[in-house]
Ligand binder design. Structure first.
Ligand code: PAF
Length: 281
């Protein structure tokens, strides 16, 4: 695997004429990332990954400084997964001057996760557009665990007429249901034992919706209270339409997704479960 940290070097190394699948990451790679690399291979002849902890998408009270940085181990995992090329720029390389031009996503950037992380999706969209301009892939893959991020980036790509296909990868889970995340490293052993409750509650909501439950506010509040009773501090539990992440209209049978974010100790965990229009998944 080739590793490049400079934009000109990367541009020279990018294979001309090959179809490139790109997987942007912030490193500290786990099986969820590796599944995206494997999926990427099905879409292209060359797989390019990036590792960059993007300051622009972290708020002042977020975990930018303590976000786990494990470049050496990540390189080994990427090489073993058959990734062709890694772009791992320094902050000076990607932001040699203060970034004054930004991608400003629409109202959705202030809802759900955006309501608790002001500026987050603006920072994500800005760095991803910049990475797309550098790597110029034909396909890019993002995990469905960050469901709102996937929607924001899909819409940005479409509206900016970027010639890139956006592909979502299924969430990879531990055996007890906990979605794999770099932030799981912040959990103490007791918190790790408690953490699967989040996914359990989301699947219970899916079961209730499949059975015909339509009082979404009640089930959202009940799930949030249940988490908080067990020591979590819940930001939101929300049943939304898959298409635009807006609240469902009554009487409409449309694909839904239940999303949640809650803090357990030092970790802020997010997760979601899709519910298709006929109630299954
Ligand atoms: O999902 C992530 O790891 C990041 O938000 C991304 C897409 C790499 C942008 O920094």
């Amino acid at each position: 695997m080739q590793i490049h940290s400079s934009i000109p070097e990367l541009r020279t190394a990018l294979p001309a004429g090959d179809r490139i699948a790109f997987v942007p990451t912030m490193g500290n790679l786990h099986a969820g990332h590796i599944a995206l690399m494997t999926q990427a291979r099905q879409h292209a002849t060359r797989v390019v990954a990036s590792i960059f902890v993007n300051r622009l998408q972290f708020g002042p009270n977020d975990d930018f400084d303590r976000y786990p940085r494990t470049l050496q181990a990540d390189c080994e995992k990427l090489a073993a997964a058959g990734v062709d090329l890694l772009f791992a720029p320094s902050e000076c390389e990607l932001y040699p001057e203060p970034q004054q031009y930004h991608v400003d996503p629409p109202e959705i950037q202030h809802q759900l996760d955006g309501a608790f992380r002001p500026g987050h999706f603006r920072g994500v969209a800005t760095v991803v557009l910049k990475l797309f301009n550098i790597v110029q892939p034909q396909v890019a893959l993002f995990g469905k665990k960050d469901y709102q991020q996937l929607m924001v980036l899909r819409n940005m790509t479409r509206q900016m007429a970027l010639p890139i296909e956006i592909v979502g990868g299924e969430t990879v889970r531990a055996e007890d249901g906990l979605a794999l995340s770099s932030r799981n490293a912040y959990l103490s052993p007791a918190e790790r034992a408690e953490a699967p409750r989040l996914h359990r509650l989301l699947t219970e909501i899916r079961t209730a919706v499949r059975a015909g439950e339509r009082n979404f506010v009640e089930i959202e509040n009940a799930a949030a209270s249940e988490l908080d009773r067990h020591g979590w501090k819940t930001d939101y539990v929300a049943v939304r339409r898959q298409s635009d992440l807006q609240p469902p209209e009554s009487g409409q049978d449309e694909p839904l997704v239940v999303l949640a974010a809650s803090r357990l100790g030092k970790a802020r965990l997010i997760d979601n479960v899709e519910i298709d229009a006929s109630g299954g998944h």
